[in-house]
Design a protein around this ligand. Structure first.
Ligand code: GTP
Ligand code: MG
Length: 195
């Protein structure tokens, strides 16, 4: 997929700020620091359009990126970071609920999981939450460059089994470092966007 155009539309703290434009959207989801923003950058071949950091909690708002004048990628803040106050966690919950429960443009989601670890309880809750809204979920098993080739099958099975993924949802091994999995992820995204 050739990306000719990619720009930030808005960093939204609430629904009043969401873009009005009626083009399809694909939203990210996943733990803090798992590599959601890096996934977006790799997919659209921009080094740091979606801001990344080695510290968790970099993305704090819903960031809408318009791609090829045809769809929005929506970057979101992660969950599961221990050093977050109760108040901040509640704010996160409201921000997500408002988006995932109500956004008509939302076509599909990409749940990003670190392939090195078993998905957490939070990951399982997030997957079920997205399915509750009947959203297609592509599971991006990222940081593939960080495990040995011989461990891949075992780790991928662990991810799929722990999440109890639906048959219709695809698990995509991915690395934002090497770009592995990029073609498979685009293929799936184009299916979602054209359906
Ligand atoms: P929050 O916005 O805090 O929720 O984090 P995020 O999920 O957007 O993570 P981000 O993309 O900022 O990446 C976190 C860290 O992981 C950064 O240091 C990235 O360079 C690194 N990282 C992300 N993806 C990969 C990958 O595929 N391989 C390797 N080796 N590092 C990665
Ligand atoms: Mg981020």
């Amino acid at each position: 997929m050739k990306v000719n155009q990619a720009e930030i539309v808005i960093s939204a703290a609430g629904k009043k700020q969401y873009p009005k434009e009626f083009i399809p959207e694909i939203a990210l989801a996943g733990r803090s620091n798992v590599g959601k923003s890096s996934f977006i950058n790799k997919m659209i071949q921009r080094k740091n359009l979606a801001r990344t950091s080695s510290k968790p909690g970099k993305t704090q708002t819903l960031n809408f990126y318009k791609i090829n004048e045809s769809f929005h990628f929506v970057d979101v803040p992660g969950y599961g970071y221990a050093k977050v106050s109760k108040k901040e966690r509640a704010k996160w919950g409201r921000m997500m609920e408002e988006y995932f429960a109500e956004r008509e443009q939302l076509q599909a989601t990409a749940l990003v999981i670190d392939v090195r670890h078993q998905p957490t309880e939070d990951d399982c809750v997030m997957y079920d939450y997205l399915k509750h809204f009947e959203l297609p979920v592509m599971v991006i098993a990222t940081k593939l460059d960080k495990i040995k080739k011989g461990q891949r099958d075992k780790q991928l099975k662990l991810v799929a089994d722990t999440l109890e993924m639906d048959d219709g949802d695809q698990l995509i091994p991915f690395s934002s470092e090497t770009g592995e999995g990029k073609d498979a992820a685009w293929k799936k995204m184009l299916e979602y966007l054209n359906s």
